[in-house]
Design a protein around this ligand. Structure first.
Ligand code: E4P
Length: 223
């Protein structure tokens, strides 16, 4: 399973890229809005740090305008994947973009049928929003599980990008469900490394090592 960072924050992306585990980045208008930068400048800066796919979201309900935005976005970087919503208009745009050879990420996907339609439209990624479904009392991960199963059954090439993940358990569950990618906020990616027993165990190993070095020094001094 690949890891994408779900952020537009350049500092977070720089740190994550330094860890070597960031395979791509997802952005949306809300995340980009937090950075107060021109969207094109932001994406170009991200592309300098990450060699994998960068999802850039269209900001209209009109399929023709989605196409126009997509044509512009792909000039910003060859890594750009264009996000369109899982609406009739978004799917219409996704099909046209597929015919133009432009990769799409069908976002705001909340049902298995939306994922199925996205796959039939030739989407490159489909993004089930797990956390937002959990928020309203549904099992968001079930959409990931069923989409993976259906895509395997029919041989769809569309990759399942588990999105709106809120905590490390979501990452484990996405991997168990067979998601191709998990996109996570920086805080969650940071948590993937953390375990209190690792921290206390490493502290003890280093302390014991220092103790041994001190004893050896003492022995040497006596000789
Ligand atoms: C990613 O492509 C989505 O835009 C993102 O995961 C949404 O996450 P949220 O539900 O935490 O806003």
């Amino acid at each position: 399973m690949k890891f994408f960072l779900d952020t537009g924050n350049l500092e977070e992306i720089r740190t994550g890229a330094g860890w070597g585990i960031v395979d791509g980045v997802t952005t949306n208008p809300s995340l980009a809005g937090k950075e107060g930068m021109d969207y094109r400048d932001l994406i170009r800066e991200i592309a300098k740090m990450v060699s994998g796919p960068i999802s850039v979201e269209t900001t209209t309900n009109d399929p023709k305008e989605m196409l126009a935005q997509a044509r512009e976005y792909v000039t910003w970087s060859q890594n750009v994947v264009v996000k369109v919503p899982a609406t009739a208009e978004g799917i219409t745009a996704a099909m046209a973009l597929r015919d133009l050879g432009i990769r799409t990420n069908v976002t705001l996907t909340f049902s298995v049928n939306q994922a199925l339609v996205a796959a039939k439209a030739g989407a490159y990624f489909v993004s089930p929003f797990v956390g937002r479904l959990d928020d309203i009392g549904h099992d968001g991960m079930e959409v990931v599980r069923q989409a993976v199963q259906i895509f395997r059954t029919y041989g769809f090439k569309t990759q399942v990008l588990a999105s709106s993940l809120r905590h490390p358990l979501h990452v484990t569950q996405a991997a168990l469900a067979g998601a191709d990618i998990a996109t996570v906020p920086f805080k969650v990616m940071e948590q993937l490394f953390k375990h209190p027993l690792t921290e206390s165990g490493q502290a003890k190993f280093l302390a014991d090592w220092q103790k041994l070095q001190a004893e050896l020094e003492k022995k040497k001094a006596k000789v």
